[in-house]
Write a protein that binds this ligand. Structure first.
Ligand code: C2E
Ligand code: CA
Ligand code: CA
Length: 260
């Protein structure tokens, strides 16, 4: 196993140098109008022998060798290229959210990247995991978050409800969006108790003026229940799996999700 991990680590370093990491995009929809409100960028590895790999095949090793900030950097660079291309071709993508790991949040390159992309001001979301707020107290996350916000980036809390950060510390961040983890969304179809839980999270969001986005929306029943509860934004396989930039452009042009 150690040999395999070492091999994978070396491969990741090579892949970063060869620019093999790039984003897939999963659309997010307004629960009421079903307009696209944004997309989430999700890292993929175009592996020369194994094809397109998902994060479960590389993130753990990448973390061990401290390469996640480099991968996050590569993804943001591609996102900016893709966003500019969609703009050029008249594909309306209001916003792109990227996942940012704890180490990357502490990396000043992130702030520089956002600063140098002011043409996209107000259109970049930064998804932060709840667990970030537990790690490494010596890094001044709050300061970096403020700097990003000042540059027009939206702060979003990812996987809300599965980490261990206190609600107070999360709300102090004043995020513009909470994303409810799909583990909490999946059971709402069959469980009244789970529906009440989600309803409460949506109420927390509304009371604080924070948009609530549900992940893992897999069926029409999910859509109906979440819309009824006042959830703002929906993302999941029901509407579409993560896809390459050009496919997203085709989907947006065809608006085919409206006929579901
Ligand atoms: P996440 O941020 O919670 O991303 C959502 C994951 O759920 C994605 O998996 C997506 O494909 C999957 N998903 C979306 N809709 C559904 C659904 O309806 N049902 C089910 N069962 N799954 C759904 P993916 O792309 O494999 O990413 C896994 C995780 O890897 C992400 O979870 C995120 O934590 C991490 N990740 C992805 N890209 C990046 C990145 O660029 N940087 C960092 N630091 N982490 C990343
Ligand atoms: Ca995410
Ligand atoms: Ca998530």
């Amino acid at each position: 196993e150690i040999v395999a991990q070492k091999q994978c680590g070396d491969d990741i370093l090579r892949a970063i140098a060869r620019r093999e990491f790039f984003p897939y995009y999963q659309p997010q929809f307004c629960a009421n109008s079903l307009d696209i409100v944004g997309v989430e960028a999700l890292a993929r590895w175009r592996h020369p022998e194994r094809g397109i790999l998902t994060p479960d095949k590389f993130l753990k090793v990448a973390e061990e060798i401290n390469s996640i900030p480099d991968i996050d950097h590569a993804i943001l660079q591609s996102v900016l290229v893709d966003l500019a291309e969609w703009d050029r071709s008249g594909i309306d993508i209001p916003k792109v959210s990227v996942n940012v790991s704890a180490k990357r949040l502490a990396d000043k390159k992130l702030i520089e990247n956002i600063e140098s992309a002011q043409w996209a001001r107000g259109r970049i979301g930064i998804e932060l995991l709840e667990s970030i707020f537990l790690d490494d107290n010596d890094v001044d996350y709050a300061k970096n978050i403020e700097a990003l916000r000042a540059l027009g980036a939206d702060i979003e809390i990812d996987d809300f409800g599965t980490g261990h950060a206190s609600i107070v510390s999360l709300l102090r961040l004043n995020p513009c969006r909470l994303k409810i983890d799909r583990q909490l969304i999946a059971p709402i179809v069959n469980s009244e108790q789970q529906r009440r839980l989600i309803k409460s999270i949506i109420e927390i969001g509304k009371s604080q003026n924070i948009e609530v986005c549900a992940e893992g929306v897999e069926t029409a029943q999910h859509v109906e229940i979440l819309r009824e509860m006042g959830c703002d934004c929906l993302q999941g396989y029901f509407f579409g799996k993560p896809m390459p930039a050009d496919e997203l452009a085709r989907v947006v042009r065809s608006e085919k999700w409206r006929s579901f």
